[in-house]
Design a protein around this ligand. Structure first.
Ligand SMILES: NC(=O)C1=CN([C@@H]2O[C@H](COP(=O)(O)OP(=O)(O)OC[C@H]3O[C@@H](n4cnc5c(N)ncnc54)[C@H](OP(=O)(O)O)[C@@H]3O)[C@@H](O)[C@H]2O)C=CC1
Ligand SMILES: O=C(CO)COP(=O)(O)O
Length: 335
């Protein structure tokens, strides 16, 4: 059990929540790491390591596993939520009664609200009201590399300039973790969700045996789709040339650490959704994101052919090869 004030509480003890908590604690900040299963938290505390997800990254002394959500929320002014997007709203409802008058909330969750396809920022505003400062982290950051202290860069946006600066100070490490400020929260959130869907598409193409040309075309045209949706929702086009756009697209479409890419690879090799999911054994955000992006694109009248084909493979039983051919067979057009 933890007592006293902490610099920050990370809520969600999966691979990325643990990696971010390690990065914060490595900077010398007292960091609480809350997980929703008390027995898992007890194991983290006993092992001083998340053996399931990050066996090679021991906890710094200032990282404290915490089983009580109430204690984690009350101990720190700043909360960093790192749970999968489909439980994001539930967690906000659970923690709301424990919030302090000065609480500030950031999240590193990548995705949209499954019920509405809305941005998580809208979900947070609806549940927590207009006053609480909000921030989002987004960018190319595999948990394992971050936890090991390998050089990493990320973007951070906030509704409150002071919160952005102070959170960046907590996270930034001159030797290994570079934090870029970007106040386009809409762009940062959309980048983190849409790249998951494109990464499934890139995995599908590779699973079908297509080559580097096809993968690169998917990344490039995927970026165009992301920009189109972003601009329709009021994001800044330049955001998509940064960490949360191009950066995360390239990372997740090209490296097999990406669960979304591996999920697509497995489907491209002929495995079923259930088998592919079970093999990965961790959250594959792009599966839900494909339906959410489909909903959002339709609502805003934005054409997103790659995301649409991924959606049809995942939800309408379309054959992966036919989906790829449907993309190639589209009318010719200017770039
Ligand atoms: N891993 C990465 O490299 C990166 C991940 N992200 C994003 O971070 C988010 C979290 O992903 P990640 O950590 O990788 O996922 P993991 O699959 O590694 O872990 C998910 C964690 O969430 C927990 N969880 C499930 N339901 C709840 C709930 N209702 N309340 C609290 N915790 C819950 C799980 O616990 P249990 O095991 O008990 O189900 C598990 O510990 C995602 O949105 C992802 O896109 C962003 C950048 C990088
Ligand atoms: O978001 C990520 C890296 O930036 C992690 O990607 P996956 O969820 O595909 O593993």
């Amino acid at each position: 059990m933890t007592q006293g004030a902490a610099a920050i509480s990370v809520l969600g003890a999966g691979s990325y929540g643990t990696a971010l908590a390690i990065a914060l604690a490595r900077n010398g900040h007292r960091t609480l790491l809350w997980g929703h299963r008390p027995e898992q938290v007890a194991t983290l505390a006993a092992d001083r390591c998340n053996k399931v997800f990050l066996p090679d990254a021991p906890f710094p002394a200032s990282l404290e596993p915490e089983a009580s959500l109430e204690r984690a929320v009350r101990a720190s002014r700043d909360l960093l939520i790192v749970v999968p997007s489909h439980v994001f709203a539930d967690l906000l409802r659970q923690l709301k009664p424990f919030l302090r008058p000065d609480s500030r909330i950031a999240w590193a969750t990548k995705g949209l609200d499954p019920a509405s396809g809305n941005l998580l920022q809208q979900v947070a505003r609806e549940i927590l009201g207009e006053q609480i400062p909000l921030a989002v982290l987004s960018g190319p950051t595999f948990a394992k590399e971050l936890a090991m202290g390998l050089p990493t860069a990320i973007s951070l946006g906030s509704t409150d300039a002071g919160f952005a600066r102070e959170l960046a100070d907590l996270l930034h490490c001159g030797r290994s973790f570079r934090v870029y400020l970007n106040d386009d929260m809409v762009g940062l959130q959309l980048g983190g969700a849409v790249k998951n869907v494109i990464a499934i598409g890139a995995g599908l193409a590779d699973g079908l045996g297509f080559g580097a040309n096809a993968r690169t075309a998917l990344i490039t045209r995927g970026l165009v789709e992301l920009q189109r949706l972003g601009v329709a929702l009021g994001a800044e086009q330049e955001t998509f040339m940064g960490m949360a756009g191009l950066g995360d697209l390239v990372l997740t479409c090209t490296d097999n650490q990406s669960r979304n890419r591996r999920f697509g690879l497995a489907l491209g090799q002929g495995k079923s959704v259930d088998t592919a999911m079970a093999e990965i054994g961790q959250v594959v955000e792009g599966y839900r994101n494909a339906a959410e992006v489909h909903q959002l694109a339709a609502r805003h009248g934005v054409e997103m052919p790659i995301c649409e084909q991924v959606y049809q493979v995942l939800y309408e039983g379309k054959n992966a090869r036919e989906a790829a051919l449907a993309l190639l067979g589209r009318d010719r057009k200017a770039e």
